[in-house]
Design a protein around this ligand. Sequence first.
Ligand SMILES: Cc1cc2nc3c(=O)[nH]c(=O)nc-3n(C[C@H](O)[C@H](O)[C@H](O)COP(=O)(O)OP(=O)(O)OC[C@H]3O[C@@H](n4cnc5c(N)ncnc54)[C@H](O)[C@@H]3O)c2cc1C
Length: 396
Amino acid sequence: MENINKLDKNNCTGCRMCEQICPVKAIEMIENKEGFIEPRVNEDKCINCGLCFKRCPQLNDVKNNRLDEIKVYAAKNKNVKEQKESSSGGIFSILANYVLENKGIVYGCAFNSNLVAEHIAIKSKEELYKLRGSKYIQSNTQNTFSEARNDLNNDKLVLYSGTPCQIAGLKAFLDKDYDNLITVDLVCHGVPSPKLWKKQLEELERKSRKKIKKIKFRDKDSHNWEDYGFSIVWEDNKNKYIPSGYSPYIKSFLEGKICRECCYQCKYSKEERVGDITVADYWGIEKEYPDFYDKNGVSAVIINTKRGELIFEKINCKISYMNTTLDNVKKYNTNLRNPTIRPTDRADVYKNIENKNFRKYIKENLKYKKELKDIIKNKIPDKIKKYIKGVLKNGV
Ligand SMILES: Cc1cc2nc3c(=O)[nH]c(=O)nc-3n(C[C@H](O)[C@H](O)[C@H](O)COP(=O)(O)OP(=O)(O)OC[C@H]3O[C@@H](n4cnc5c(N)ncnc54)[C@H](O)[C@@H]3O)c2cc1C
């Protein structure tokens, strides 16, 4: 057996590199019991070429031409509308705009019409809203690695964005350096299962007896960027905001309970990055550089390669930025130092997810309870919360 079946499935990220590289299409991606996809080889079709495991980024290291001196910035998009529609400081949108203005193609994660997160390609600025903003679920890369290779071979400028394991998957798939490729990786806490996400959506729809049309994580229209709640637009165009403590899904995500198994041993939760440019939330900015704090979001931007440096020089006129250090960013951003810690009860988290109704599931598996502080927080109107915050900060 000379194929990807060699890989311990708990170490698989589901990037789809092996499926895309297989010359005889012997690999199929199958949903496992937790709702994550993983490869299964059809041994009858397999020709034992070994490409899948020789290239697998979990079994082999992917190189990056790292600058001797990486550059690190606190940054925010000068276009406040774009900044507000993004999860952090809106730097991804500036990079994407640059590529689209140069007739390039941008790959990233979007919700499809069933609110499933998947990677797509866009060619125009009008479509950029689809990729903007974090979707806190594992995104399916579909066949975007093959599509991106075609675009690169046709001399198109390509920006590919995603979690570091997806960028590593793309690079392993390409196995060659392209001057026309820019990669952007995110600092990543870990990815929850699309199946659990679907269950959370079904429960929301069941309770309200309405279909959900749109979801926005960390909606800054009503809340600051630090808030992990999400807003819903129903089919009748009414809105609802779900605070993070009121969503068993988000609460469990933040507690690190529902990540894919491989995330707890993530190779990329460290300062050496896999993308040309890394973007993240600049947590702790209010302590490090209070004057640069912005309630609409601040990004940490790490320039890892010469290509990243060249692009940043082209776009920096669109950004308010200041120099900082990796140590400053790492201080408050744990996933730049180490993977999310696996809670002892992780093994049971997804058990019987298939068979239980959501209410039973969150009680028994996620051990979710609304906390008093969240109930109080949710009852106090935002205006009063702001007033209390002001009093605590500045005195009466
Ligand atoms: C699952 C997940 C976990 C994260 N964990 C952390 C963390 O621990 N610490 C931290 O500092 N930052 C984390 N981030 C990154 C952060 O939320 C912002 O995405 C990032 O700072 C970029 O923000 P922006 O304002 O520049 O652009 P935005 O417009 O907010 O970013 C959009 C970008 O995110 C990509 N994207 C969105 N959802 C996904 C997804 N599901 N899978 C792959 N790519 C996706 C899009 O392709 C696009 O490139 C995480 C993001 C995701 C998706």
